[in-house]
Design a binder for this molecule. Structure first.
Ligand SMILES: Cc1cc2nc3c(=O)[nH]c(=O)nc-3n(C[C@H](O)[C@H](O)[C@H](O)COP(=O)(O)OP(=O)(O)OC[C@H]3O[C@@H](n4cnc5c(N)ncnc54)[C@H](O)[C@@H]3O)c2cc1C
Length: 543
């Protein structure tokens, strides 16, 4: 990496690095290039050409904007966290330069100077976090809390706002299981625990949290709470915000310990202010969560529906009758066809068009079987055809691999990105049609827009869109235009600007439409109370 001012660094990492590759998803050892026949298919169907793709850069070739943190600021912050837990080295700043959206990954390929936080800090305790925030407020330094680094909405952009420097507050050292209450079924987890580590610690005692977003392997407990994450097992275990019983949050104005009882009438629930607060109001340090015993049994079944409307009606019936699947999701015709083209066979069972649905059931053996039977009856009555267990087992087996495919698509000259929203059942079709048309219009005829129902509720569902097209010109600008059209369509057609990806910098322009001018004023008033200098995550969430 070339930096115009080296800030006294030799370019080598001084801190433990985030586990993910800095310019791609996950573990480099698991990345695979796109098979030649798929490349041929993409070229023929969408005009995708590797010639259009910006080539990945070697880390040494990235030109990073030099650190602007003054030597006195470095010394003041090092006095809090210890010199061993602070770095201004490019090799530490680059992996915390942003999240993992497609624009983030494309930006990492730029030969222009790239922005990054001016320093990285790894605090080891709440006291250190409080002291870091005090130093930053006094010295006017912006702070971006960093969990697993998986934000897809610009939540980790190194925005300085009105300040001259910004630091990344990497929370990985807050990685303890603080308490496990087996009587109440609750655990207190450190914010920096990744999904797998949290599950591992709980499993040692026979318990499970059951929060499995696609980013599970890298995202953290604090990040789940800060973004109101939703996992793929949400039909059974709920969204992450529904699992949270209590929170500890360090703000520049003091520490909050929220959530005293399983339910309370003591005024508005302040936990709700900090769930989804995206590092703008404070740093979440501990989360008390509801847990459940590890399931003894699992049952899988996949389904085919003749069309999306029939499948959606079946999912609605299942959810409204409360038959109890842990996982239930439905791909539209296009997504089902692409899955088919990608694998020819899904999990060993030939799928012949229509719309694929996947269900999984958990619990004791009796519970899992009873939930399965009840759901099965509803799916059959609603027009579903069983495809057996294999496609659902295959889906579960590969569910954390899709992000690697995006990297291979980007390398091959394809543009691939996702977005999501939610609405009531009665409005689902209108919203899906409008967003599909907006994306298709934005990206042109040579693009595919795929959709699935990813999460269900008695009153509605979330829609998750994936687009694949040919990169043309500046792919960041290309996606930006399509995404803007889709966000406008979401707002005009009764959707929420985000069901689970959060707001960050990217969705912020639509926040006022989402919550109204008075809603924005309330968020600003809270911000003034807890962060009067405004150091925490400027430019995110609040317009
Ligand atoms: C491939 C891929 C798949 C994804 N799949 C899903 C999915 O299935 N479901 C889903 O909900 N999301 C998904 N996401 C989005 C993302 O993983 C979630 O938003 C996740 O909850 C972020 O957690 P993190 O620890 O990585 O947080 P980060 O990305 O590090 O941070 C996210 C935001 O929260 C703030 N923050 C982080 N930790 C704290 C803290 N302790 N206190 C205060 N603020 C904090 C950050 O400043 C930032 O604004 C996916 C992302 C990718 C790239």
């Amino acid at each position: 990496m070339a930096s115009e001012t080296q800030a006294g660094q030799d370019g080598g990492a001084a801190l433990p690095l985030p586990p993910m590759k800095w310019d791609a998803w996950g573990d480099p050892a698991l990345a695979k290039p796109l098979p030649e026949d798929i490349k041929g298919l993409l070229a023929a169907a969408l005009g995708v050409s590797a010639d259009a793709a910006a080539a990945p850069l070697a880390a040494e070739d990235v030109r990073l904007r030099p650190s602007t943190l003054a030597a006195e600021d470095v010394a003041a912050l090092a006095a809090v966290v210890g010199a061993a837990h602070l770095s201004t080295a490019d090799a530490d700043r680059l992996p915390r330069a942003g999240g993992k959206s497609t624009p983030d990954l494309l930006r990492r390929r730029s030969r222009q100077p790239q922005d990054a936080p001016d320093a990285v800090l790894l605090p080891g305790s709440e006291e250190e976090i409080a002291a870091v925030l005090a130093v930053c407020a006094e010295r006017r330094i912006a702070v971006v809390p960093f969990g697993g680094g998986t934000s897809v909405v610009g939540g980790l952009d190194p925005v300085r706002g009105s300040f001259t420097a910004v630091v990344s507050l990497d929370l990985r050292r807050l990685d303890a299981l603080h308490a496990l209450d087996e009587v109440s079924g609750e655990a207190v987890l450190g914010a920096g625990l990744t999904g797998p580590r949290a599950e591992e610690l709980l499993a040692e005692r026979g318990w499970e949290l059951g929060h499995y977003p696609q980013s599970f392997r890298y995202a953290t407990v604090g990040g789940f709470a800060a973004t109101r994450s939703s996992g793929q097992d949400s039909a059974g275990h709920g969204r992450f915000d529904e699992m949270v019983r209590g929170l500890r949050v360090v703000t520049p104005a003091g520490v909050l310990d929220l959530g005293r009882a399983p339910a309370s009438a003591a005024g508005p629930d302040l936990r709700e202010l900090f769930l989804g607060s995206e590092g703008v109001f404070g740093v979440i340090t501990r989360v008390r969560v509801r847990i459940h015993p590890l399931p003894a049994a699992k049952v899988h079944e996949a389904w085919s529906f003749p069309d999306f409307a029939t499948g959606a009606a079946a999912l609605r019936a299942v959810e409204q009758q409360g038959t109890g699947p842990t996982v239930i999701r439905l791909s539209d015709e296009a997504e089902t066809a692409v899955n088919l083209a990608m694998t020819e066979k899904i999990g060993g069972t030939q799928v012949t068009g229509g719309c694929l649905a996947v269900t999984v059931f958990e619990g004791t053996k009796e519970q899992a079987e009873a939930r399965h039977e009840r759901t099965r009856a509803v799916m059959l009555a609603a027009g579903g055809t069983s495809l057996g267990a294999d496609p659902a087992v295959g889906w579960e087996h590969g569910r954390f691999s899709a992000p690697y495919l995006r990297d291979a698509l980007l390398d091959s000259g394809a543009l691939c990105e996702t977005l999501e929203t939610a609405t009531d059942w009665a409005n689902l079709d209108r919203l899906r049609t409008a967003v599909t048309a907006a994306l298709q219009g934005g990206l042109g005829a040579n693009s595919l827009v795929l959709c699935h129902i990813s999460h269900v509720y008695p009153t509605g569902a979330s829609l998750y869109f994936t687009v694949v097209g040919a990169q043309q010109g500046d792919p960041i600008a290309q996606w930006d235009a399509a995404k803007r059209a889709a966000c406008d369509a979401i707002m005009a057609n009764g959707g929420t600007i985000t069901h689970h990806h959060a707001v960050g910098a990217d969705h912020r322009p639509w926040m006022e439409q989402e919550i109204g001018g008075l809603g924005v004023k309330i968020l600003r008033a809270v911000k003034d109370a807890v962060d009067p200098v405004g150091i925490l995550n400027p430019g995110k969430l609040i317009p």
